[in-house]
Design a protein around this ligand. Structure first.
Ligand SMILES: Cc1cc2nc3c(=O)[nH]c(=O)nc-3n(C[C@H](O)[C@H](O)[C@H](O)COP(=O)(O)OP(=O)(O)OC[C@H]3O[C@@H](n4cnc5c(N)ncnc54)[C@H](O)[C@@H]3O)c2cc1C
Ligand code: SF4
Ligand code: SF4
Ligand code: SF4
Length: 558
């Protein structure tokens, strides 16, 4: 069921101003690396249509069950609901998870095979996304994966208490259902082997991720009881790590570091400290990750760098010598001489970054010779799941352009007139809906998911908070009779009297506001303030206020 009730046919625009309208007025989508239609799926949840919400998400997100749990959420700080005076941002990511939890359905697509075949090395988010997009275009796609299961860091890096393996399996299945073949336990060792593969396939994409931990040469790093963060997580996730943990120090400030602390907690460590060389706010993880970590009793010390790993006569770790750092206005850090101090520990985990495997990395030359394409973290360095998905899509498009007759891809804006959005003023007073979590007494159960998901009821309540920024309210000033009925019923300061209309350098219209009735030249709606309640439309006696819905699509350019 759609509340919006379309008036007439959709108008398809390629006008730069319409494209810009989307970036300016739908800030959540604009901040998402794949431009997910966020208000589109939130509105579907509000209407209880989880299958539609899942489908909208699946178009861009590819892995909605996964991303609904672990996306680093660049959309949420951009959300209009979080702007000054408007409260908390909408829980966009939790709603994505609700769409997957309650609405996941196989992708129905009519695929016409085009006779061409592509090989992808690596079954992480980048490889899987490229496979999905190319399969939908009719390519035969084979993924070669060195591990025994697909998923990349989704399965072997991110722990199950944040992302259960069955969620990864389900999202991967929605891609293999399209006819993609995944061959596991196949490792491609070097560029020569890729060149051989190139003879059997029309294109080869290397999406090998950053599967090697970055090493440091700190004194004592080889002591017994010192581990590399990624190796620690991979072994723990593969159930291959059985070591007694008591007093653990994790050095680093990203996803892997935080996961190492939380995994140590689940493996029985009594005291765990995260040590980071910069400030807490500089850590490369979401604020919510740090909150949950700290709720599990893990301490953080910031602005410190490790100097030496201390060990006893048997070469077993006994502690870490640190030095305090200062940070200047340009964000540069410097050690403060004489500020060294020692912290005791029996285990030290270095989680100071990951890098691509250089055995298969003579990439620059090979890419230049068009032998193969490179995607995801392998190309960009360690990033995030959604960045890897975006890059997988980008590279799939490059391959498709190379192997087909299309000129490229173009963005179109689909604009449809609607009568009502179904949004009400009351929704502005709904508080943010918090995620339920596993009680603390169960947190040490290693693979038990901590965030348990929204109920249907909670997800509908949270969805109502969204302003549905994809609706554009406009007054046709040629028909407006300046009766001000709309201003009488406005719930917030959303309709303005303007004395002049200026055209800005980038071609936008800027209304110059006035409070003086004798100067009024136009009545205009401020979409930044509009809460999409429709009061003005209902009050207008001459029906001169229109509502149109904006949706971005990408189409092939023939
Ligand atoms: C511990 C940890 C926690 C993280 N947490 C988050 C998080 O919460 N949110 C977030 O957004 N991001 C997180 N990340 C980052 C995110 O997982 C990665 O950015 C993302 O998985 C990169 O995708 P990718 O497809 O490029 O590479 P990967 O996921 O690394 O996948 C690459 C795949 O290629 C395979 N491969 C590599 N070399 C070969 C070869 N020679 N032959 C065959 N196969 C090969 C690998 O086995 C792997 O399966 C985390 C990373 C780690 C390590
Ligand atoms: S209110 Fe809704 S549509 Fe607007 S920015 Fe936030 S999530 Fe996006
Ligand atoms: S729909 Fe009309 S009355 Fe309601 S907030 Fe928007 S401009 Fe104001
Ligand atoms: S109610 Fe309609 S006619 Fe009256 S001022 Fe508003 S837009 Fe103009």
């Amino acid at each position: 069921m759609e509340t919006e009730n379309r008036k007439d046919d959709t108008h398809v625009s390629t006008d730069k101003l319409d494209r810009k309208w989307i970036d300016v007025n739908i800030p959540c989508s604009a901040a998402c690396p794949v431009m997910t239609d966020i208000p589109g799926y939130i509105q579907a949840i509000k209407e209880g249509d989880y299958e539609k919400a899942y489908h909208i998400n699946r178009m861009e997100n590819i892995l909605p069950g996964v991303l609904g749990r672990v996306c680093d959420r660049p959309c949420e700080p951009a959300c209009r609901h979080g702007w000054d005076g408007l409260g908390d941002p909408v829980s966009i990511c939790f709603l994505k998870r609700a769409a997957a939890d309650f609405g996941m359905k196989p992708v129905c697509a009519e695929i016409k095979p085009n006779g061409k075949n592509v090989c992808i090395i690596g079954a992480g988010p980048a490889g899987l996304t490229a496979a999905n997009d190319l399969a939908l275009k009719g390519y035969g796609v084979t993924i070669l994966e060195q591990f025994d299961q697909p998923g990349g860091m989704l399965r072997y890096g991110i722990p199950q208490f944040r992302l259960p393996h069955d969620v990864v399996t389900e999202d991967v299945k929605s891609i293999t259902d399209l006819g993609v073949t995944i061959k596991t336990n196949v490792r491609i060792e070097n560029t020569g082997r890729i060149e051989e593969l190139r003879k059997d396939y029309d294109a080869v994409i290397l999406a090998g991720g950053c599967a090697n931990p970055k090493h440091t040469t700190l004194p004592g790093v080889d002591s017994k009881g010192a581990y590399w963060g990624l190796d620690f997580m991979i072994a723990a996730n593969r159930e291959e790590l059985d070591i007694p943990l008591e007093n653990v120090i994790v050095i680093g400030g990203g996803f892997t570091a935080v996961d190492c602390t939380r995994m140590s907690y689940r493996m029985g460590a009594k005291k765990i400290t995260l040590a980071y060389r910069r400030m807490k706010k500089d850590m490369y993880v979401g604020a919510h990750e740090l909150e949950v970590m700290e709720s599990e009793g893990i301490d953080t010390i910031s602005l410190v760098s490790a100097v030496t790993i201390l060990s006893n006569d048997e070469g077993v770790v006994t502690g870490v010598e640190f030095i305090h750092n200062s940070i200047n206005e340009e964000r540069k850090i410097a050690p403060i001489s004489g500020s060294e101090f020692v912290m005791e520990a029996d285990t030290v985990i270095f989680a100071v970054g990951q890098e691509a495997d250089d055995k298969v990395a003579e990439t620059e030359n090979a890419v230049r010779k068009s032998v193969f394409y490179v995607a995801g973290d392998f190309r960009n360095g360690s990033s995030t799941v959604i960045e890897a998905v975006a890059d997988g899509r980008k590279v799939a498009r490059e391959v498709h352009m190379q192997l087909s007759n299309i000129k490229g891809f173009k963005e179109t804006i689909h604009i449809s007139e609607v009568k009502d959005t179904g949004r009400k003023r009351d929704y502005d007073f709904i508080p943010i809906q918090h995620m339920d979590t596993t009680p603390m007494r169960n947190r040490q159960i290693k693979n038990m998911e901590v965030e348990t998901g929204y109920s249907k009821e909670k997800s509908v309540t949270e969805a109502k908070r969204c302003y549905l920024c994809h609706y554009n309210y406009q007054i046709d000033i040629s028909r407006c009779i300046y009766c001000l009925a709309c201003i009488d019923v406005m719930p917030v300061d959303c309709i303005k009297m303007a004395k002049d209309i200026e055209v800005t350098e980038d071609g936008n219209l800027n209304y110059v506001e006035t409070k003086n009735w004798s100067e009024v030249e136009a009545i205009t709606i401020d979409n930044d303030k509009c809460i999409r309640c429709g009061n003005c439309v209902r009050a207008c006696p001459v029906d001169c206020i229109s509502i149109s819905k904006y949706k971005l699509e990408t189409e092939e350019e023939k």
